[in-house]
Design a protein around this ligand. Structure first.
Ligand SMILES: Cc1ncc(COP(=O)(O)O)c(C=O)c1O
Length: 362
């Protein structure tokens, strides 16, 4: 097989050592004679897997005792609905910051439930190329929560600093930079993330929620109630067992690599190399405000749709897979999650320089 680099925004590249361990254990997990996929979710072997995954995540993110860790299904998108269902009490409203497609969808899902939603800041005026300032005065202290998207996967922006919301809990969609940025869990009331970027395979959604935010309302169905899930330690029904097992392997790898500080450093280096190359180039540019740039998702464009198309086609042929930008932004996007190798960035930069030389006169 020819060498490829996977720049996908998700499902995304996973650490090779984690995949290799899963491969080695695939048919016979710890001499059980069964695959993890065949284990009962009530078995002691699986209990050890889920407990191990939780305690590693707690250690990696410094999750305090007064927060629950839930392993759910339904993707980050179901959290767009579960958060308002569980957190907004009668007569309360929820505040949202509109920084791109995903935060828009989150706000729309809350509205769909008939909840009062106020968008208190937006970067739509400049095509979501920056993270807006959120002054404390703009935050109604009676609101149920303030929802932010810490990293905007499609637009390539990220919060460099978490806003001060006073006593209003911040709810964060951290799908695309969980375990990459060293945000403090204490700054949030709820953190949620689809696993398929920095955690493991699709099918698992991680929710980290402060105790006092559980049981505020009575959601319409037990499965949608954080209280049900917390009481049952994510085993109310059958959880995505294999995805949780893979997440544990990824967390083990991450810990061995030096944890979140090492990832932040490494992802910072990888993204800086690419941003610097874009800055040096006369062909490529970053649409994102330098003060708001993501270290995990880096869009870049030539400004010419045909040239972008030619770049994507040639890059794909050369083994740089899934480098096409999201259809709403166009151009290219390099997703450089924790498991993405630095060599892939160096090779991409070299490819971009050669492409620029060959197509520079166009
Ligand atoms: C920031 C963000 N939020 C939400 C989603 C939706 O996640 P899911 O497909 O798990 O529902 C994505 C998916 O790419 C995302 O990047």
């Amino acid at each position: 097989m020819t060498k490829i680099y996977n720049f996908s925004a998700g499902p995304a590249v996973l650490p090779k050592p984690a995949l290799e361990k899963a491969q080695a254990e695939l048919l016979d997990y710890r001499n059980s004679g069964m695959s993890v996929m065949e284990l009962s979710h009530r078995s002691s072997l699986f209990e050890e897997i889920i407990e191990g995954a939780e305690s590693l995540l707690r250690e990696l993110m410094g999750i305090p005792e007064n927060y629950q860790v839930l392993f759910l299904q339904g993707g980050a998108s179901l959290q767009f609905t579960m958060v308002p269902l569980n957190l907004i009490k009668d007569g309360q409203k929820a505040l949202y910051v509109n920084t791109g497609s995903w935060s828009k969808k989150a706000a729309a899902a809350a509205k769909e439930l008939g909840k009062e939603v106020e968008v208190i800041a937006s970067s739509e005026d400049k095509k979501f190329t920056y993270i807006p300032e959120i002054p404390l005065e703009a935050i109604d202290q009676d609101a149920a929560y303030l929802h932010i998207t810490t990293n905007n996967t499609i637009e390539g922006t990220a919060y460099q600093k978490i806003p001060n919301a006073g006593k209003v809990p911040i709810v964060a969609d951290m799908s695309s930079n969980i375990l990459a940025n060293d945000y403090k869990v204490e700054d949030f009331g709820v953190i949620y993330a689809g696993a398929q970027k920095n955690i493991g395979p699709a099918g698992l959604t991680v929710v980290i929620i402060r105790d006092d935010l559980i049981g505020l309302t009575s959601p319409i169905a037990p499965m949608l109630d954080y209280q049900t899930q917390a009481k049952a330690h994510s085993l109310y029904n059958t959880p995505p067992t294999f995805a949780i097992y893979m997440a544990r392997l990824v967390f083990e790898w991450l810990k061995a690599e030096g944890g979140v500080p090492a990832m932040l450093k490494q992802d910072g280096e990888k993204s800086s190399l690419l941003y610097e190359a874009i800055k040096r180039s006369k062909m490529f540019e970053s649409p994102v405000d330098p003060g708001s740039r993501s270290i995990t998702n880096i869009p870049f464009v030539t400004g010419d749709a045909e040239l972008d198309k030619a770049f994507v086609a040639e890059a794909t042929k050369a083994g740089f897979m899934n480098i096409k930008g999201h259809r709403s932004v166009g151009g290219m996007r390099a997703s450089l999650y924790n498991a993405f190798p630095k060599q892939g960035v160096l090779d991409l930069i070299q490819f971009m320089e050669t492409f620029e030389k060959e197509h520079g006169g166009k």
